[in-house]
Design a protein around this ligand. Structure first.
Ligand SMILES: [Ca+2]
Length: 489
């Protein structure tokens, strides 16, 4: 049975009418349509790494994201600022690095960290809020801010109400079938590996299908009412539990799945801090279960791709595309077995790197791939710039518009990602064109371990060069880049 929970209810004309009444700025915006305001369609997947056809991964079937890459600029080297849902989303949606938002964990973990960025920066203007304040209709469908998946599906979870004019919380059959889901830790579905090939439901009955339908309904309304819009659509897959209709799993036969190979450091788990994200239950994985997990993740990715395609097709069908910038990304990467890790919260390349596509109408580099390093905090100034909105002075990111017109443009020399290990200290990592350098510190802030990888010669990150005397000057130079990021308040 299809269930959706919408707040405020789309079906409630009274609620919608009251809403417009409460927003006189919006009525003014709707009648002054020259010059046309550039809309934003912000599409984000949850826990999606760069296993996509357009990112050159053989066998991946993601035709809709690939079509988006062909019509926009695809960023080969985009990095999140914190490889965990709430810290990453709080960062790029406020345009601030994690130490500035104070959100360094998901809610519920104890410690000197904020659950919500407004605890530390109450007056901040978020990216969607900036559009809202300037007369765009700001709407969210699904997961944008932190949202416990799957148990919070159908709720607003840890939302930021000042960001939105309207929110929609889809809830599909995947939320109703928990008893059928296989989990490495029975009864747990979010923080552990779990999956289900659903052999009964249709695509549109799953949460991402419901979300796509509601997003299309909103686009139709924006078209009908000539509303400039910032529409953010947060898909739930491929976050665990990897649940999708069975046909998507069948695209990835398990006998064709090759398991990652491990380096000596991976087997020994040195330095230990780099591997603390490993989940004890993952030691129960057999090779057969590893292949099943990869199949389920990739199948869920293709399912999500199909639902994303429905939304983009609707934008095209409604004639809105020529005045809408489309962004596609994920909140962080995901291991899926490499380095012996399966999920997120590491500072290896696979956890820090995200897919990013920006398709802006008329951008000269559309259809090209940009190799420059970029960060998710760059999204805020870029989208504000594209729509001609004055942006707050405190933003930490860089306006990427020059890259959208020239794919060779170098946006920045380094990208930063950090992680917190509860009471066990922090990790800070910098990626340059060639190197990834990571420092791990204990609870007192003393650096206890370091990693240096040559990402050109050793993309598998098998050889830690941090202690190599020949790299001493390089380590010193890269370490200096981390100092202001660590010191940011
Ligand atoms: Ca996530």
């Amino acid at each position: 049975m299809l269930r959706s929970v919408i707040y405020p209810p789309l079906t409630s004309l009274a609620r919608v009418a009251a809403f417009v009444f409460l927003a006189p700025w919006f009525a003014a915006a709707a009648v002054s349509s020259t010059p046309p305001k550039l809309n934003v369609l912000f599409l984000i997947a949850d826990d999606l790494n760069c296993d996509l056809g357009s990112y050159g991964v053989p066998g991946m079937l993601t035709p809709n994201i690939d079509r988006l890459a062909a019509r926009g600029v695809r960023f080969e080297h985009a990095y999140c600022q914190f490889p965990l849902c709430s810290p990453s989303r709080s960062s790029f949606l406020t345009g601030r690095r994690p130490n500035a938002t104070g959100v360094l964990s998901n809610p519920g973990l104890k410690g000197p960290v904020a659950s919500h960025f407004r605890e530390k920066i109450p007056e901040t203007v978020t990216l969607p809020q900036l559009f809202k304040k300037n007369g765009w209709f700001s709407a969210r469908v699904g997961k944008l801010y932190h949202y416990g998946v799957p148990l919070d599906i159908g709720t607003s979870s840890l939302d930021d109400y000042p960001s939105w004019d309207q929110v929609v919380n889809p809830r599909g059959r995947d939320r109703e079938e928990h008893d059928k889901i296989f989990s490495l830790e029975p009864g747990q579905f979010g923080g552990t590996l779990s999956w289900l090939a659903d052999d009964e439901g249709e695509d549109i009955d799953h949460t991402d299908g419901v979300g796509a339908t509601e997003a299309i309904r909103l686009l139709e309304r924006f078209k009908r009412e000539s509303r400039p819009f910032f529409l953010a659509v947060g898909f739930y897959r491929p976050h665990t539990p990897y649940v999708a209709p069975k046909k998507w799993f069948e695209l990835y036969p398990t006998d064709k799945i090759t398991l990652p190979t491990l380096s000596d450091n991976d087997r020994d788990r040195t330095p230990a801090a780099a591997y603390l994200s490993a989940n004890a239950a993952q030691s129960k994985l057999t090779d057969a279960l590893r292949r099943d997990a990869i199949q389920a993740y990739h199948g869920s990715t293709s399912f999500m791709d199909s639902q994303l395609g429905r939304v983009v097709d609707a934008l095209d069908r409604l004639g809105l595309a020529q005045n809408t910038v489309i962004v596609f990304t994920s909140d962080h990467g995901y291991h899926l077995g490499d380095h012996g890790l399966w999920q997120k919260q590491s500072l290896f390349e696979r956890s820090t790197r995200v897919p990013l596509i920006i398709a802006a109408p008329g951008a000269k580099a559309n259809g090209r791939t940009a190799q420059t390093l970029v960060e998710m905090v760059d999204l805020y100034p870029t989208l504000a710039g594209l729509s001609g909105l004055p942006r707050p002075a405190y933003l930490d990111g860089t306006d990427l518009r020059p890259v959208l017109d020239d794919a060779q443009h170098v946006a920045k020399p380094a990208a930063f990602t950090q992680v917190r290990r509860g009471n066990n200290g922090d990790g800070y990592s910098v990626r340059t064109e060639r190197w990834r350098y990571t420092e791990w510190s204990n609870a007192k802030g003393e650096v206890t371990a370091a990693q240096l990888f040559d990402e050109i010669a050793d993309p598998a990150e098998a050889h830690n060069l941090a202690a190599d005397p020949a790299q001493a000057a390089n380590v010193k130079k890269l370490g200096a880049l981390l100092v202001p990021i660590r010191a940011q308040k």
